[in-house]
Design a protein around this ligand. Structure first.
Ligand SMILES: C[S@@+](CC[C@H](N)C(=O)[O-])C[C@H]1O[C@@H](n2cnc3c(N)ncnc32)[C@H](O)[C@@H]1O
Length: 476
């Protein structure tokens, strides 16, 4: 029997003094276990002891890092793509993309897309998990980092860190999280995944660095004893709860998504964040806003981003279809192989990165602390009163240009957190004084001066006309 307690005691003492070297401390432990055994025990105990392993094989106290923003992946990393393809080969054979196996995988992806589109439930058996990974590992790898960047911009992503990834699936978000944090950061990562997707996840987590400590809970979020996990001194999560909870493309699959977010807020550190992501399509993106609004009303949590409430005590009740779009990813070889072996070019490659998201914080922090000023700003809730008038207002840019042809005036969804009907800024004449509207990133707060409010009967929405009289400034 290894003297685990002896190793822990030595580590606890030495961590205050000098780097802990398994080649040194094995001699101080009862029975002198092999240094490799000591190393393994230190790895297993690293979260609890707050240690990270360095390249030279010694262990030191985990550094406290503030993670910098700047996530901009151009491709799903080759290392992960390779591991996933190896898994495909093991399960489906070397010619996994051809013949019957290729046909079955393509058919699985077709059916998955169809079921998501129709909002039907999906059962993730072995093959569905492979199909899901084939199509979605890259885009959901990228997405999670973009949302974390909104927190990192304000210095709010710190390590050591404990993460709960609900419905982790085949691991796109898990790998994105891993790559978002520095290699030397201590990350205690917990996945909740009840389906066969957990097998793919487990394999891909094998590619992560030694200071990223994964635990997979093969159960549902409803069945997982979250308070027990947080209270259990051996779980690594005790003493403060999770710093980050991620619901990536899972809320729409839960019977009671609001209750799940509520429960996750209960096990969140006071300065933690819950990140919810959904696909950009109308159904899932607007369902996310419904969840967001109910969570706010039931828990009092603050929406950190992107749909800032700029008026105290006001809440939006419009349809709320809002999503971000980021740079396409290079198509990984596993997608191009499957695509090229079929007869529907492009149906099995998925380079686009677009997503709806909401970040909640229990501590009241918002991405930008700014509020509208009743003495200066019109409230979008009162848009009706301002029709045909020019107004000044403060609003968040909540879409990229929604038009798809160059001859039409660019249109952007905006919101100030009070609107009950959609409001769209229409750029009818771009000048140096309003060009910020087109150029500002999704989620920016903008101030508008002298913008003309009109009612658009065709769309059942208000238009805010931005012309050569209008000034638009970037607030943050
Ligand atoms: C659309 S996939 C998303 C996977 C991953 N989060 C991503 O973004 O790629 C939804 C995942 O949620 C899991 N899931 C469904 N119901 C769940 C529940 N009640 N608790 C935990 N996970 C669940 C499914 O097994 C599936 O892997």
């Amino acid at each position: 029997m290894t003297d685990r307690e002896g190793i822990r005691a030595n580590a606890k003492y030495l961590r205050e003094v000098r780097p802990i070297d398994p080649d040194e401390i094995y001699e101080y432990v009862d029975g002198s276990p092999h240094p490799a055994v000591v190393r393994q025990v230190l790895r297993e105990e690293a979260v609890d002891l707050g240690l990270v392993e360095r390249d030279d094989g010694t262990f030191v106290p985990a550094p406290e890092c503030v993670v910098e923003p700047g996530w901009a992946p151009t491709a799903f990393p080759e290392r992960y793509a390779h591991a996933f393809e190896e898994f495909l080969v093991e399960r489906e054979g070397i010619d996994w993309h051809r013949g019957e196996s290729g046909d079955r995988l393509r058919e699985t992806i077709r059916r998955l897309k169809e079921r998501y589109y129709r909002r039907q439930s999906v059962a993730y058996d072995d093959r569905v998990a492979l199909g899901y990974g084939l199509y979605h590992l890259p885009d959901y790898y990228a997405t999670v980092g973009y949302v974390l960047d909104t927190l990192a911009e304000r210095g709010l992503v710190k390590t050591p860190l404990r993460v709960l990834d609900v419905g982790a699936g085949t691991g796109g978000p898990a790998l994105g999280l891993h790559d978002f944090f520095p290699r030397e950061a201590l990350v205690d990562y917990h996945a909740v995944e009840p389906s066969a997707a957990a097998d793919v996840l487990e394999r891909l987590l094998g590619e992560t660095g030694r200071n990223f400590h994964p635990t997979i809970h093969r159960t549902t979020i409803e069945a997982l004893d979250l308070p027990g996990l947080v209270d259990d001194p051996g779980s690594g999560v005790s003493g403060g709860g999770f710093d980050l909870v991620v619901f990536s493309n899972v809320l729409s699959e839960l019977d009671d998504p609001v209750a799940a977010v509520e429960r996750s807020l209960d096990v969140l550190a006071p300065d933690g964040a819950v990140v919810a992501l959904e696909p950009a399509d109308l159904n899932t993106a607007t369902a996310l806003r419904t969840v967001e609004r109910e969570v706010v009303s039931r828990t009092g949590a603050t929406v950190y981003a992107p749909t800032l409430r700029l008026w105290p005590d006001a809440e939006p009740s419009d349809r709320g279809w809002s999503f971000d779009v980021r740079a396409d990813l290079a198509v990984p070889s596993f997608q191009s192989r499957l695509d090229e072996a079929g007869d529907d070019p492009g149906a099995f490659t998925n380079p686009t990165v677009q997503f709806a998201y909401a970040v909640f914080r229990p501590d009241g922090t918002r991405r930008l602390a700014v509020r509208a000023d009743p003495a200066r700003h019109a409230k979008l809730a009162d848009a009706d009163r301002h029709v045909t008038r020019r107004v000044d207002l403060l609003a968040v840019k909540l879409s990229h240009d929604l038009t798809d042809d160059d001859d039409t005036n660019p249109v952007f969804k905006i919101g100030d957190g009070s609107e009950s009907t959609g409001v769209f800024a229409v750029l009818t004449r771009e000048t140096s004084l309003n060009e910020v509207l087109a150029g500002a990133p999704y989620g920016s707060v903008l101030s508008f001066e002298q913008a003309l409010v009109l009612w658009n009967d065709d769309e059942g929405a208000y238009n805010l006309v931005v012309d050569d009289t209008t000034v638009v400034d970037f607030v943050g």
